[in-house]
Write a protein that binds this ligand. Sequence first.
Ligand code: PLP
Length: 440
Amino acid sequence: MMTPDETAQLTLWDKTHVWHPFTQMRDWCAPEHQPLFITRGEGVWLYDQEGRRYIDGNSTIWTNIHGHAHPALNAALLEQAGRIAHVSALGFANEPAARLARALTDLWPAGTLTRVFFSDDGSTAIECAVKMALQYHQLTGHPERCAFAAFDQAYHGDTMAAATLGGIAAFADRFRKFGLTTHHFQNLQALRAMPEEWSDTLAAVIIEPLMQGSAGMRPWPAGMLAGLRAWCDERGVLLICDEVMTGFGRTGKMFACENESVIPDFLCLAKGITGGYMPLAATLTTERIFGAFLGTYAELKTFFYGHSYTGNPLACAVALASLEVFRREETLARLQPKMERMSRLLAELRARHPRHVGEVRRCGFMAGIQLMADAETGEPYPWEDQTGARVCLAARAHGLLTRPIRDTVVLMPPLVIPEDALRQAVQALSQAIGEVCGPG
Ligand SMILES: *Cc1c(COP(=O)(O)O)cnc(C)c1O
């Protein structure tokens, strides 16, 4: 809670000094806009400056897994803070990082993804994979393999390399000519049609396995990922799986790749790795990739890359605690019936709004609800109407916080959400759609 005076003061400071991401700041700073301050969280509930509570409908930008202020995660954080908050990974080792690297590799079949490179965010996990792939080909005599393949509408983060791998024009086009050479493909068939002279120049293909998130929650057809792995093996191209969104239970299994028994050459993890507590990322890879970087110092095969907070022990301690909670609370087993439940609730939502809910796309515990001016004819809302944003704003009044992707409303609550809260969340969306889009 904050007093009205505190709210006024902090709002002024925020509007005067904070530049918010992915935000048109003229609208944000407009006098009529009162930002919501989130002051507290407990389980799936978030509380604002006036003590109103909301369901965390998008897991705090897709990060939260076990709920907010989880006792086990809080305890792990405090315990580690009592010892030391940070240790440089440049020249030193620390206990939580060593334990976490072991625990992450233990989630994969023995001898597959055995090496863990820590960084801070999804984007940096991608940067690491990109640089490792390029350097791997240089070190193994194939410097010509220096381009990348990615998919239309892909999203891999906002740092330069990650951004230019992206296929969402509004985010990436402005920077494309300054970044990596990336070829975009609509789907696996289009990629397969690529002539060999062309695929011979590829360092790697990158994909969001099973479901593209920022594209508006778009699932891939079943079998696509396994097909992509086979194609990469045929053409000698490395496979980067960006599981920044799908990792840590979102698809119903710990990792999306498990659904199609795929082992990537690089696995990028972030968002859910700490249960949504701290910035931490990991790029996992194989002994084959790792081995190419070994040599004498003078050979300059070293991977010259790292961040100041690489392997941060606070973040690693919380990530370890999160994996322990997965085991103790049987998070994945308890999620299975809830995925079905989400599916049924969203089918009902669509039936209640046949005109304006055009499509519901779901994979595991991630869903996108596509709003349309007329679902029958497929007519979209004009984008400048910001219908998705207005629906999410209306849902606030009914106790739900989430964020749209254009006119796709995201529903992706923490994995631990109880069934009654899930029903409440969909109910709030239904009311909001009725208010903003009108009947039908
Ligand atoms: C969020 C996201 C990223 C970027 O992660 P950040 O931590 O925001 O840098 C990359 N890839 C996917 C699939 C994501 O959802």
